[in-house]
Design a protein around this ligand. Structure first.
Ligand code: NAP
Length: 254
């Protein structure tokens, strides 16, 4: 991790679970981490727990579905740190609604705005910053096993899927499209997708209602397992780009 020491990371959705674990690991390795989330107080609490670590965590209140808020956050980061070297697109949501539920348009849009459009805007702005400085930067998309396969619902139980797999399949496609654009732009910037199976996190509470008690009993990864995969992906030599990492908890049956 020596090459990342003193460099600048942006982590979206940094207030809980996977995002928080990633922030902790990057700060431990000496990075200046700008943590974007709507609940700034939660990031501030993580920041307090990292006192004395070699790097630094800064909480930036930002809803990634709001382009003005994202631009303002990036402007602040540019002004304060001079540029971005690593972007971790981690913010993501699952909503309870089914594709066939009445009046679900708001939920459908929210999933797409967060999991796809927000990710694209954050990526565009980070690459702009990396290109300007000819930085050997890296974009990491926290995708999902659902970005590769639609979970087979147990007959008679409420499906878990809704709009979520569509949004994560899009992340799989976007990762490859960004890779091709980076080649076209002749930058040394790398892009990686990390696709975990179930991870013990708040996001799962969407499904712990009586329709899906099953989720409670499924094997799960820890947020730190996802962070370890990220550390591996960003520390490969210049000529090696990890395109996709799929991580399943042992015994997963999704
Ligand atoms: N947990 C799993 O089983 C699992 C499996 C595979 C992939 N993933 C993916 O991993 C990523 C992290 O999820 P998690 O499991 O750590 O769940 P989580 O605990 O629910 O965390 C989601 C994070 O996203 C942030 N977020 C949501 N909407 C946002 C917005 N509009 N603007 C800014 N931040 C926003 C939340 O922060 P605020 O609410 O403070 O804004 C929160 O920090 C997601 O992309 C998820 O799809 C999760």
């Amino acid at each position: 991790m020596a090459r990342w020491n003193g460099r600048v990371a942006v982590v979206t959705g940094a207030s809980t679970a996977i995002g928080a674990a990633i922030c902790r690991d990057l700060v431990k390795h000496g990075m200046y981490v700008c943590a974007l989330a709507r609940r700034k107080d939660k990031v501030d609490a993580i920041r307090a727990s990292l006192f004395g670590m070699p790097g630094q965590l800064n909480a930036v209140e930002c809803d990634i579905t709001s382009e003005p808020q994202v631009l303002q956050a990036y402007h602040w980061i540019e002004k304060t740190y001079g540029g971005i070297d690593l972007l971790v697109n981690n913010a993501g949501i699952i909503t309870k609604c089914l594709l066939t539920d009445d009046g679900n348009t708001k939920d459908l849009r929210k999933t797409m705005e967060t999991n796809i459009i927000g990710l694209c805007i954050c990526t565009r702005e980070a690459i702009k910053s990396m290109k300007l400085r000819d930085a050997k930067g890296h974009i990491v998309n926290i995708n999902s096993i659902f970005g590769h396969k639609v979970h087979q619902t147990v007959p008679g139980t409420k499906p878990l899927n809704g709009m979520y797999p569509a949004s994560k399949f899009a992340v799989t496609a976007i990762t490859e499209c960004i890779r091709q654009e980076l080649v076209y732009l002749e930058t040394p910037v790398k892009v990686t997708s990390i696709s975990p199976g179930l991870v013990d996190a708040d996001i799962l509470s969407t499904h712990t209602h009586s329709d899906n008690e099953l989720v409670k009993f499924m094997p799960k990864l820890l947020p730190s397992d996802v962070s370890s995969a990220l550390l591996y992906a960003i520390t490969t030599p210049d000529h090696v780009q990890i395109h996709e990492i799929i991580i399943k908890p042992t015994g997963e049956f999704l």
